[in-house]
Design a protein around this ligand. Sequence first.
Ligand code: ATP
Length: 439
Amino acid sequence: MTSTTRPTPSMDEITALAKRRGFIFQSSEIYGGVNGVWDYGPLGVELKRNVREAWWRDNVTLRDDVVGVETAILMNTDVWRASGHLENFHDQMVDCKTCKKRWRADHLTSDRCPACGNATLTEPRDFNMMFKTFIGAMEDASSTAYLRPETAQGIFVDFKLIAQTARMKPPFGVAQIGKAFRNEITPGNFTFRSREFEQMELEFFVPGKPDGEDLKWYRYWVDERYDWFMRLGMLPSRLHKHEYEGDELAHYSKATTDLEYDWPFGTSELEGIAHRGVYELTQHVEASGKDLAFFDEESKEKYLPTVIEPSLGVDRALLAFLIDAYEKEAERTVLRFHPRLAPFKVAVFPLVRNKPDIVEVATRIEKSLRPSFRTTLDDSGNVGKRYYRQDEIGTPYCVTVDYESLEQHDVTVRDRDTKEQVRVSIDKLESYLREKLST
Ligand code: ATP
């Protein structure tokens, strides 16, 4: 049985497993890496695709009120001027004059440097977190561009085009998955705070009226986003809703909730759900001089919709799922991934390598399952070792082809969580696995 509690692993256990099994590597490792930048290996890329796909399917494909877009990473610099990112998107930084270490002002608890203990900290200084680059041949102020620090602005500036072309009317949402870049001062805790990462953002546009409609949708999205993690098997005891109060709220926000996860390094944001009012659309109307108001043909009303924004990092979600799934038992380490997230759904083993008939049947079965499930064939070491390897990467089902399979046309199917084994006839194998995996 899948347990409902388990000890939280250490970050060292997670990073070691991630590297050993090819989930996540340091970027350009052979040159010493780049701080805050990561590569996803063969298993990591499968897991990441599954995280994105689970989000897209549940927030776009299965809904009739959300459409998707993919906007560019490079945008007109006026976008960042209007959104406030050029002026406000910074952390206040403090340098230590003795040991030269740099700290985020809001992370300090005293006037002493946490590293060397000296009271030689500078006054806080602003540090803009957007990466700068140049567009075209000239490297001057007029060609300066920024790598987007969030995907949301692409949705806001295209709002009118999207609503018109998709013939959508509030309440409706626009979803986007894509890269974002932030020159974080203190990247760390593995991929939790990266400098290059990916976001899954949903801007849900709601009519301002009737009164309270916006808050109804805000609460809907807080619950829906929480439930999404639960549906994907996250341990309820580790995910919390933290509703902002008073000063915590951004000046334009009526309400914000963070979904906070109990990470090995403490409880911190996994996803934010913010009521953003009409802030961004108003800013873009004023700065561009373009009319972005929505005109309701039926009521003949024209208005700027209110925005509810659930915003989640793909990498941060993946890290949470990885930590959440991890369990160390006496004889094995197991990743208890939900089947939708598991990099491989099924592993097929020929019992022995040197019996061509068995290898042939196993290979045929694995190939025949490929169009339906992400599969792998594993023929090295004894079966116990192979179970160990598949448990450690979270494969829900292992199928073994043995001597009996040749006579009886059946195989052993072993369940990752219960370790139970059953014989299933080869011609029923696909439907058996389909049913088991469709939880
Ligand atoms: P934090 O307080 O952790 O810096 P934030 O409040 O700035 O986060 P948002 O701007 O709300 O984060 O971004 C939305 C989501 O994008 C976050 O909930 C997180 O999942 C993800 N995210 C933000 N910054 C990073 C980062 N540097 N690395 C990885 N994921 C990130």
